[in-house]
Design a protein. Sequence first.
Length: 337
Amino acid sequence: MKTIIEFRRAMPHLLRVLGALLLTWAVLIIVPAPGQAASYPDRPIHIIVPFGPGGGGDIIVRLVGQELSKRLGQPVIVENRTGASGNIGTEAVAHAASDGYTLLMANVAPMAINAAVFRHLPYDPVKDFTAISPLAIFANVLVVPPSLNVRNVAELVALSKTKSGGLNYASAGMGSITNLSAVMFGLATGAKMVQVPYRGGGPAVTALLGAEVDLYFSSLPAALPHVEGGQLVAIGVTSDKRSASAPDIPTLAEAGLADFNAVTWIGLVGPAGVPDEVVTRLNSTLAEILRSPRVTEEMVRVGAEAFYSSAADFAAYIRNENKRWPTIVKQGNIPTQ
């Protein structure tokens, strides 16, 4: 009898303890673990662009970033961190937290070319990043200021051989696609040219507009408005076919440079170790964006082509690019840094 009375007295306390345990268990089931897609994102996402504002990649990332913000319900902040041919911004993301809140605008130069140009690259373009999705691919275009008075490849090459010291060409940095496009052009034509590096595509275009340099292999998105406005003259695009954005501009292959192909690609990657759930959420959202008519039409308008794949296929693409470009770097005798 005494035992029964003591049990009844203890019953309210036992019920409170049991209730607390059940509540804790329910919370653990309902609340997702940190990093799960169900809770991502719950704060702003930062995208680091490793080149200056105004370049082709910067234009595309800002377009996609606006759409990404609408669909994810969080601000997407684009930040330019320039320097060292894209290495500074790229390294910053390699060392960021692997939570999906700091992403990188991956570009062919820091993610593929620089491994062959820099003796001590401060990151591994394959091992230190998580591929998320490509965004766009676009041709570069050889452009000159009207004051140069050339309209085609033959006239440009002839001028390079008569001008003292050769022609000065802008680049977005040693080892950039703009640099290597010019190297490929020189190898194919024998044109005499001297590189003048700038901190990204935007500053390089500005220098060309001011006739500080003679030519530039610009991304098509960055140059097209100036070509249409008459401030620059387009000699030819570097892709193997004409761009839908500028069908009147011939390819360099049409001008006699057989097999000339040097295109720029950009995409989004995160630091190594981004959770699979976050990668899936971002990749599927970007697929919706890149397939939407408004975005694809806008990309064509500025000179780019939407480029989508799975995260796994994008990782394989980056690995293949790391095999291709070092060969071209060696052929062009690009000095290592």
